[in-house]
Write a new protein. Structure first.
Length: 250
């Protein structure tokens, strides 16, 4: 279908905001996905195009964090490999699995995440003792499956896993989470690419917006650390949960 020209501008601005939000706390899709659906394109095209621009945004912020010295990819390579495999399974299952139950349960999970980041006294920039690898790998695998077929708030899920399960400090966790989220987005984007569902002109415009927003967000996070990351995550989790509660129950 032909999009009205005003939608290209609206979605470009939304992608800038989404890139900013995503690089600080995850959850860029909360900004872009509802607007893509409102534009009138099919849900599958909206999801595919959203995955493409999110892939570019997560790579942009991941690169910035790597350049700042916050990321040692050797520490994350196992998690990245897990995310690629299980996100692929999620992207395949989106055609066959009913999301009704997950859509209704997700807002309450996001409320739990927001409450954890709000009340936990241990969330700061200091690393703590790591938990056993099976717990970490299993958590990452489950989150990656979800990220592949739905993905709303996936950045916040991965961030919470790296803080609560892996024991990373908040800045380090955010930096590593962007590489894992990029891997998830890349896997699912590849499957949508094969299906021919991506709207390339719109997607390219939104990719540019994501690069702008993600660069700015990463710069803020690197400069201010947990002082800006923690409030951003808390606000995002409660904002997503409110949006989902309205959509699903009201």
């Amino acid at each position: 279908m032909e999009l009205d020209s005003s939608w290209y501008l609206i979605l470009f601005i939304a992608s800038i905001i989404g890139g900013l939000v995503g690089s600080l706390s995850g959850g860029a899709g909360m900004v872009t996905m509802p607007l893509l659906l409102l534009s009138g394109i099919s849900p599958l095209q909206a999801l595919a195009t959203n995955k493409l621009q999110a892939c570019v945004g997560s790579l942009t912020s991941a690169t910035r964090y790597y350049q700042s010295g916050l990321v040692d990819l050797k520490q994350s390579r196992a998690l990245i490999a897990i995310s690629v495999v299980f996100a692929s399974l999620g992207a395949l299952s989106v055609q066959f699995v009913s999301l009704d139950f997950l859509a209704k349960a997700l807002p309450f999970v996001m409320i739990g995440l927001g409450t954890y980041f709000l009340l936990s006294p241990n969330i700061n920039n200091e690393d703590r003792a790591h938990s056993s690898e099976p717990h970490l790998y299993g958590s990452c695998a489950l989150a990656s499956v979800y990220g592949g077929f739905m993905g709303v708030g996936i950045g916040s899920f991965i961030l919470a896993i790296l803080v609560a399960v892996a024991g990373y400090g908040l800045s380090k966790a955010l930096a590593h989470s962007r590489w894992i989220v990029f891997s998830i987005n890349l896997s699912s984007t590849a499957f949508f690419l094969l299906g021919g569902q991506i709207l390339w002109i719109l997607g390219t415009i939104m990719c540019v917006g994501q690069m702008i927003g993600a660069s700015l967000g990463a710069k803020l996070a690197i400069k201010h650390g947990s002082k800006i990351i923690r409030p951003a995550v808390i606000v995002l989790c409660f904002a997503i949960s409110t949006q989902l509660l309205i959509n699903e129950f009201f």
